[in-house]
Design a protein around this ligand. Sequence first.
Ligand SMILES: [Zn+2]
Length: 94
Amino acid sequence: MARYAYRCDTDGPVEVVRPIGTAPATVDCPSCGATASRVFTAPMLGLADRGRMGLIDRTTASAHEPQVVSAPPPRPLRRDAPAPHPATRRLPRP
Ligand SMILES: [Zn+2]
């Protein structure tokens, strides 16, 4: 749903909530019944939540510019690796 702005000549601004893309050019004013013509305003993007807008931007960008990795992630450093058993020293290692 979207809010569409109209202006009545006698009552001033009128807001109508309708599904996106279904706004007619004129509506009847709820106060006086006269024809109110549509007014185009700037989108209210500044009032959106930054976290949500960032998520939407990243999701949209990932469809066109997916992040590609060039190598597998580095293996974690094993500091406390146990010493190999002398009997298994000759076995092949992965
Ligand atoms: Zn009116």
